[in-house]
Design a protein around this ligand. Structure first.
Ligand code: NAD
Length: 314
Protein backbone atom coordinates (compact mmCIF):
# COMPACT_ATOMS: atom_id res chain seq x y z
CA UNK A 1 0.00 0.00 0.00
CA UNK A 2 1.38 3.43 -1.01
CA UNK A 3 0.55 6.88 0.37
CA UNK A 4 -0.18 9.59 -2.18
CA UNK A 5 -0.60 13.36 -1.89
CA UNK A 6 -2.94 14.78 -4.54
CA UNK A 7 -3.19 18.58 -4.74
CA UNK A 8 -6.30 19.98 -6.36
CA UNK A 9 -8.13 16.96 -4.89
CA UNK A 10 -11.55 18.66 -4.82
CA UNK A 11 -11.33 19.55 -8.51
CA UNK A 12 -12.41 17.67 -11.62
CA UNK A 13 -9.27 15.61 -12.35
CA UNK A 14 -7.99 15.57 -8.76
CA UNK A 15 -11.18 13.97 -7.41
CA UNK A 16 -11.14 11.26 -10.10
CA UNK A 17 -7.49 10.57 -9.24
CA UNK A 18 -8.40 10.20 -5.55
CA UNK A 19 -11.04 7.62 -6.54
CA UNK A 20 -8.59 5.76 -8.73
CA UNK A 21 -5.78 5.50 -6.18
CA UNK A 22 -8.17 4.47 -3.40
CA UNK A 23 -9.64 1.82 -5.73
CA UNK A 24 -6.10 0.48 -6.24
CA UNK A 25 -5.87 0.00 -2.45
CA UNK A 26 -3.67 2.99 -1.59
CA UNK A 27 -3.92 5.75 1.02
CA UNK A 28 -4.72 9.23 -0.31
CA UNK A 29 -4.06 12.63 1.21
CA UNK A 30 -6.14 15.20 -0.69
CA UNK A 31 -5.15 18.86 -0.50
CA UNK A 32 -7.14 21.81 -1.84
CA UNK A 33 -7.90 25.44 -0.98
CA UNK A 34 -11.28 25.17 -2.76
CA UNK A 35 -10.86 28.28 -4.94
CA UNK A 36 -12.34 26.46 -7.92
CA UNK A 37 -12.91 23.01 -6.44
CA UNK A 38 -16.02 21.63 -4.76
CA UNK A 39 -16.09 19.38 -1.70
CA UNK A 40 -19.09 17.64 -3.26
CA UNK A 41 -16.62 15.93 -5.64
CA UNK A 42 -14.96 14.11 -2.72
CA UNK A 43 -17.81 13.99 -0.20
CA UNK A 44 -18.13 10.24 -0.73
CA UNK A 45 -14.49 9.75 0.31
CA UNK A 46 -14.70 11.33 3.77
CA UNK A 47 -16.00 8.19 5.54
CA UNK A 48 -13.04 6.16 4.21
CA UNK A 49 -10.25 5.51 6.67
CA UNK A 50 -7.69 5.52 3.80
CA UNK A 51 -8.60 9.11 2.84
CA UNK A 52 -7.71 12.36 4.58
CA UNK A 53 -8.28 15.93 3.45
CA UNK A 54 -6.14 19.00 4.12
CA UNK A 55 -7.74 22.36 3.39
CA UNK A 56 -4.59 24.23 2.41
CA UNK A 57 -3.17 26.64 -0.16
CA UNK A 58 -0.08 25.02 -1.73
CA UNK A 59 1.52 28.40 -2.43
CA UNK A 60 2.08 28.56 1.35
CA UNK A 61 4.51 26.24 3.16
CA UNK A 62 3.25 22.65 2.75
CA UNK A 63 3.57 20.26 5.67
CA UNK A 64 2.25 16.69 5.57
CA UNK A 65 3.21 14.40 8.46
CA UNK A 66 4.22 10.82 7.57
CA UNK A 67 5.66 9.18 4.48
CA UNK A 68 4.59 10.05 0.92
CA UNK A 69 5.41 7.69 -1.94
CA UNK A 70 3.91 9.89 -4.64
CA UNK A 71 3.03 13.58 -4.95
CA UNK A 72 0.68 14.58 -7.76
CA UNK A 73 0.50 18.35 -8.17
CA UNK A 74 -2.86 19.01 -9.86
CA UNK A 75 -3.84 22.23 -8.07
CA UNK A 76 -4.32 25.23 -10.38
CA UNK A 77 -7.11 27.34 -11.78
CA UNK A 78 -7.58 25.47 -15.05
CA UNK A 79 -10.30 26.98 -17.19
CA UNK A 80 -9.96 30.27 -19.07
CA UNK A 81 -12.51 32.13 -16.93
CA UNK A 82 -10.70 30.99 -13.78
CA UNK A 83 -7.21 31.99 -14.78
CA UNK A 84 -8.39 35.25 -16.34
CA UNK A 85 -10.11 36.08 -13.02
CA UNK A 86 -7.17 34.87 -10.89
CA UNK A 87 -4.03 35.61 -12.89
CA UNK A 88 -1.73 36.05 -9.90
CA UNK A 89 -2.95 32.95 -8.04
CA UNK A 90 -2.46 31.01 -11.29
CA UNK A 91 1.15 32.15 -11.60
CA UNK A 92 1.77 31.48 -7.90
CA UNK A 93 0.37 27.94 -7.85
CA UNK A 94 2.51 27.00 -10.86
CA UNK A 95 5.67 28.61 -9.46
CA UNK A 96 5.63 28.86 -5.64
CA UNK A 97 3.27 25.90 -5.29
CA UNK A 98 5.43 23.71 -7.50
CA UNK A 99 8.57 24.80 -5.65
CA UNK A 100 7.02 23.99 -2.26
CA UNK A 101 5.88 20.57 -3.43
CA UNK A 102 9.22 19.73 -5.05
CA UNK A 103 10.84 20.56 -1.70
CA UNK A 104 8.38 18.19 -0.02
CA UNK A 105 9.13 15.48 -2.62
CA UNK A 106 12.85 15.89 -1.96
CA UNK A 107 12.33 15.67 1.77
CA UNK A 108 10.05 12.61 1.58
CA UNK A 109 11.86 10.96 -1.36
CA UNK A 110 8.56 10.85 -3.26
CA UNK A 111 7.93 10.40 -6.97
CA UNK A 112 6.66 13.80 -8.17
CA UNK A 113 4.20 14.40 -11.01
CA UNK A 114 2.84 17.65 -12.47
CA UNK A 115 -0.34 18.24 -14.44
CA UNK A 116 1.05 20.22 -17.33
CA UNK A 117 -1.10 21.12 -20.30
CA UNK A 118 -1.40 21.40 -24.05
CA UNK A 119 -1.45 25.16 -23.39
CA UNK A 120 2.37 25.02 -23.19
CA UNK A 121 2.15 24.80 -27.01
CA UNK A 122 0.20 28.10 -27.10
CA UNK A 123 -1.27 28.89 -30.53
CA UNK A 124 0.73 26.11 -32.19
CA UNK A 125 2.62 26.51 -35.46
CA UNK A 126 3.05 22.72 -35.71
CA UNK A 127 0.12 20.39 -36.06
CA UNK A 128 -0.46 17.93 -34.47
CA UNK A 129 1.73 18.78 -31.49
CA UNK A 130 4.51 16.40 -30.50
CA UNK A 131 6.35 16.68 -27.20
CA UNK A 132 9.39 18.01 -29.10
CA UNK A 133 7.53 21.17 -30.20
CA UNK A 134 8.52 24.18 -28.04
CA UNK A 135 5.32 26.12 -28.51
CA UNK A 136 4.13 29.57 -29.52
CA UNK A 137 3.03 31.44 -26.40
CA UNK A 138 2.43 35.15 -25.91
CA UNK A 139 3.95 35.68 -22.44
CA UNK A 140 2.18 38.99 -21.82
CA UNK A 141 -1.23 38.15 -23.28
CA UNK A 142 -4.16 37.50 -20.91
CA UNK A 143 -3.86 33.70 -21.33
CA UNK A 144 -0.09 33.88 -20.82
CA UNK A 145 -0.48 33.58 -17.03
CA UNK A 146 -1.63 29.98 -17.34
CA UNK A 147 0.65 28.96 -20.21
CA UNK A 148 3.77 30.48 -18.65
CA UNK A 149 2.96 29.16 -15.16
CA UNK A 150 2.82 25.68 -16.65
CA UNK A 151 6.00 26.20 -18.69
CA UNK A 152 7.80 27.42 -15.56
CA UNK A 153 6.40 24.41 -13.67
CA UNK A 154 7.91 22.06 -16.26
CA UNK A 155 11.30 23.87 -16.10
CA UNK A 156 11.37 23.76 -12.31
CA UNK A 157 10.44 20.07 -12.30
CA UNK A 158 13.23 19.21 -14.77
CA UNK A 159 15.70 21.32 -12.74
CA UNK A 160 14.88 19.41 -9.55
CA UNK A 161 15.23 16.17 -11.47
CA UNK A 162 18.64 17.18 -12.84
CA UNK A 163 20.04 18.87 -9.74
CA UNK A 164 18.50 16.84 -6.91
CA UNK A 165 17.73 13.58 -8.73
CA UNK A 166 14.01 13.75 -7.92
CA UNK A 167 12.03 11.05 -9.69
CA UNK A 168 9.69 13.24 -11.75
CA UNK A 169 6.87 12.88 -14.34
CA UNK A 170 5.36 15.52 -16.63
CA UNK A 171 1.86 14.81 -17.97
CA UNK A 172 0.93 17.24 -20.77
CA UNK A 173 -2.82 16.91 -20.60
CA UNK A 174 -5.09 18.00 -23.46
CA UNK A 175 -8.78 18.97 -23.04
CA UNK A 176 -10.51 16.45 -20.83
CA UNK A 177 -14.25 16.27 -20.16
CA UNK A 178 -16.76 14.24 -18.20
CA UNK A 179 -18.64 14.10 -14.89
CA UNK A 180 -17.58 16.62 -12.19
CA UNK A 181 -16.75 19.36 -14.67
CA UNK A 182 -18.16 22.59 -13.35
CA UNK A 183 -21.27 23.92 -15.08
CA UNK A 184 -19.87 27.44 -15.19
CA UNK A 185 -16.19 26.80 -15.91
CA UNK A 186 -16.31 28.69 -19.19
CA UNK A 187 -14.96 25.88 -21.38
CA UNK A 188 -16.82 25.10 -24.60
CA UNK A 189 -18.16 21.69 -23.65
CA UNK A 190 -19.88 22.52 -20.31
CA UNK A 191 -21.13 25.82 -21.75
CA UNK A 192 -22.68 24.10 -24.77
CA UNK A 193 -24.34 21.42 -22.63
CA UNK A 194 -25.76 23.99 -20.20
CA UNK A 195 -27.00 26.22 -23.01
CA UNK A 196 -28.51 23.31 -24.95
CA UNK A 197 -30.29 21.83 -21.92
CA UNK A 198 -31.70 25.26 -21.01
CA UNK A 199 -32.81 25.97 -24.58
CA UNK A 200 -30.46 28.91 -25.04
CA UNK A 201 -28.00 30.02 -27.70
CA UNK A 202 -24.79 27.95 -27.87
CA UNK A 203 -22.01 30.56 -27.80
CA UNK A 204 -19.61 29.63 -30.60
CA UNK A 205 -16.63 32.00 -30.77
CA UNK A 206 -15.48 33.20 -34.21
CA UNK A 207 -16.84 31.06 -37.06
CA UNK A 208 -16.29 27.90 -35.00
CA UNK A 209 -13.67 26.52 -37.39
CA UNK A 210 -11.01 26.39 -34.64
CA UNK A 211 -10.37 22.79 -33.62
CA UNK A 212 -10.03 21.00 -30.30
CA UNK A 213 -9.50 17.38 -29.23
CA UNK A 214 -11.52 16.09 -26.29
CA UNK A 215 -10.55 13.13 -24.13
CA UNK A 216 -13.02 11.42 -21.82
CA UNK A 217 -11.96 11.60 -18.17
CA UNK A 218 -11.54 7.84 -17.56
CA UNK A 219 -9.09 7.66 -20.49
CA UNK A 220 -7.06 10.61 -19.16
CA UNK A 221 -6.96 9.14 -15.62
CA UNK A 222 -5.77 5.78 -16.98
CA UNK A 223 -2.90 7.44 -18.87
CA UNK A 224 -1.88 9.51 -15.81
CA UNK A 225 -1.83 6.35 -13.70
CA UNK A 226 0.27 4.46 -16.25
CA UNK A 227 2.70 7.37 -16.65
CA UNK A 228 3.23 7.53 -12.91
CA UNK A 229 4.17 3.84 -12.92
CA UNK A 230 6.91 4.36 -15.54
CA UNK A 231 10.34 5.83 -14.85
CA UNK A 232 10.06 8.36 -17.66
CA UNK A 233 11.01 11.97 -16.87
CA UNK A 234 10.33 13.74 -20.18
CA UNK A 235 6.88 15.19 -20.96
CA UNK A 236 4.20 12.88 -22.36
CA UNK A 237 1.11 14.11 -24.24
CA UNK A 238 -2.13 12.71 -22.87
CA UNK A 239 -5.20 13.38 -24.96
CA UNK A 240 -7.51 12.13 -27.64
CA UNK A 241 -6.29 12.77 -31.20
CA UNK A 242 -9.88 12.77 -32.54
CA UNK A 243 -9.97 16.43 -33.67
CA UNK A 244 -13.23 18.33 -34.10
CA UNK A 245 -14.14 21.92 -34.94
CA UNK A 246 -15.90 23.87 -32.22
CA UNK A 247 -18.90 24.33 -34.53
CA UNK A 248 -19.17 20.56 -35.12
CA UNK A 249 -18.96 20.01 -31.37
CA UNK A 250 -21.82 22.47 -30.82
CA UNK A 251 -23.88 20.62 -33.45
CA UNK A 252 -23.13 17.22 -31.88
CA UNK A 253 -24.26 18.52 -28.49
CA UNK A 254 -27.42 20.01 -30.02
CA UNK A 255 -28.23 16.59 -31.49
CA UNK A 256 -27.43 14.79 -28.24
CA UNK A 257 -29.55 17.11 -26.07
CA UNK A 258 -32.36 17.44 -28.58
CA UNK A 259 -33.91 20.63 -27.24
CA UNK A 260 -35.77 22.40 -30.11
CA UNK A 261 -35.40 25.81 -28.41
CA UNK A 262 -31.58 25.67 -28.41
CA UNK A 263 -29.66 27.12 -31.37
CA UNK A 264 -26.16 28.24 -32.32
CA UNK A 265 -24.96 31.88 -32.04
CA UNK A 266 -21.63 33.33 -33.14
CA UNK A 267 -19.56 35.67 -30.92
CA UNK A 268 -16.15 37.40 -31.26
CA UNK A 269 -13.06 35.25 -30.72
CA UNK A 270 -11.23 35.80 -27.41
CA UNK A 271 -7.65 37.13 -27.59
CA UNK A 272 -4.93 34.51 -28.32
CA UNK A 273 -7.50 31.72 -28.76
CA UNK A 274 -5.60 28.73 -30.25
CA UNK A 275 -6.73 27.94 -33.80
CA UNK A 276 -5.91 24.24 -33.72
CA UNK A 277 -5.20 21.70 -31.04
CA UNK A 278 -4.51 17.99 -31.50
CA UNK A 279 -2.09 15.77 -29.59
CA UNK A 280 0.40 13.48 -31.24
CA UNK A 281 0.16 10.52 -28.84
CA UNK A 282 2.79 8.29 -30.45
CA UNK A 283 4.89 8.49 -27.28
CA UNK A 284 2.01 7.63 -24.93
CA UNK A 285 1.03 4.68 -27.13
CA UNK A 286 4.57 3.33 -27.02
CA UNK A 287 5.55 4.18 -23.45
CA UNK A 288 2.24 3.51 -21.73
CA UNK A 289 0.61 1.00 -24.12
CA UNK A 290 -2.31 3.38 -23.93
CA UNK A 291 -4.75 5.04 -26.24
CA UNK A 292 -8.19 6.51 -25.59
CA UNK A 293 -11.04 4.00 -25.62
CA UNK A 294 -14.11 6.21 -25.29
CA UNK A 295 -15.29 7.85 -28.53
CA UNK A 296 -16.59 11.42 -28.48
CA UNK A 297 -20.14 10.16 -29.21
CA UNK A 298 -20.03 7.78 -26.24
CA UNK A 299 -18.38 10.33 -23.93
CA UNK A 300 -20.91 13.03 -24.81
CA UNK A 301 -23.76 10.65 -23.98
CA UNK A 302 -22.31 9.97 -20.49
CA UNK A 303 -21.56 13.64 -19.91
CA UNK A 304 -25.08 14.66 -21.00
CA UNK A 305 -26.53 12.55 -18.20
CA UNK A 306 -24.20 14.21 -15.69
CA UNK A 307 -25.19 17.74 -16.76
CA UNK A 308 -28.90 16.80 -16.74
CA UNK A 309 -28.61 15.68 -13.10
CA UNK A 310 -26.53 18.73 -12.22
CA UNK A 311 -28.90 21.23 -13.81
CA UNK A 312 -32.23 19.80 -12.64
CA UNK A 313 -32.23 21.47 -9.19
CA UNK A 314 -31.31 24.92 -10.62
P1 NAD B 1 -10.27 22.18 -11.38
O1 NAD B 1 -10.42 23.66 -11.31
O2 NAD B 1 -11.50 21.36 -11.40
O3 NAD B 1 -9.35 21.68 -10.19
C1 NAD B 1 -8.25 22.39 -9.71
C2 NAD B 1 -8.26 22.32 -8.19
O4 NAD B 1 -7.10 23.00 -7.68
C3 NAD B 1 -9.48 23.00 -7.58
O5 NAD B 1 -10.11 22.11 -6.69
C4 NAD B 1 -8.89 24.21 -6.84
O6 NAD B 1 -9.65 24.61 -5.72
C5 NAD B 1 -7.49 23.73 -6.52
N1 NAD B 1 -6.50 24.79 -6.30
C6 NAD B 1 -6.23 25.85 -7.11
N2 NAD B 1 -5.25 26.60 -6.57
C7 NAD B 1 -4.88 26.01 -5.40
C8 NAD B 1 -3.91 26.30 -4.40
N3 NAD B 1 -3.15 27.38 -4.47
N4 NAD B 1 -3.80 25.45 -3.34
C9 NAD B 1 -4.58 24.34 -3.25
N5 NAD B 1 -5.53 24.03 -4.16
C10 NAD B 1 -5.67 24.84 -5.22
O7 NAD B 1 -9.36 21.87 -12.65
P2 NAD B 1 -9.06 20.48 -13.38
O8 NAD B 1 -9.68 20.54 -14.71
O9 NAD B 1 -9.35 19.34 -12.48
O10 NAD B 1 -7.48 20.59 -13.56
C11 NAD B 1 -6.58 19.93 -12.67
C12 NAD B 1 -5.16 20.13 -13.14
O11 NAD B 1 -5.00 19.56 -14.43
C13 NAD B 1 -4.77 21.60 -13.26
O12 NAD B 1 -3.43 21.76 -12.86
C14 NAD B 1 -4.91 21.87 -14.75
O13 NAD B 1 -4.05 22.90 -15.15
C15 NAD B 1 -4.52 20.54 -15.34
N6 NAD B 1 -5.10 20.32 -16.67
C16 NAD B 1 -6.45 20.09 -16.81
C17 NAD B 1 -6.97 19.89 -18.08
C18 NAD B 1 -8.45 19.61 -18.28
O14 NAD B 1 -8.86 19.47 -19.44
N7 NAD B 1 -9.26 19.50 -17.25
C19 NAD B 1 -6.14 19.94 -19.20
C20 NAD B 1 -4.78 20.19 -19.01
C21 NAD B 1 -4.27 20.35 -17.74
Amino acid sequence: MKRILITGAAGFLGSHLCDRFLAEGHRVVGMDNLITGDLENIQHLFPKEEFEFHHHDVTKYVHVPGPLDYILHFASPASPIDYLEMPIQTLKVGSLGTHNLLGLARNKKSVFMIASTSEVYGDPLEHPQTEEYWGNVNPIGPRGVYDEAKRFQESMTMAYHRVHGIDTRIARIFNTYGPRMRVRDGRALPSFFTQAIRGKELTVFGDGSQTRSFCYVTDTIEAIYRLLMTEYHQPVNIGNPQEISVLDLAEMILQQVHNPEARIGFYPLPEDDPKVRKPDITKAKKMLQWEPEISLQEGLKKTHQYFLNKLVPL
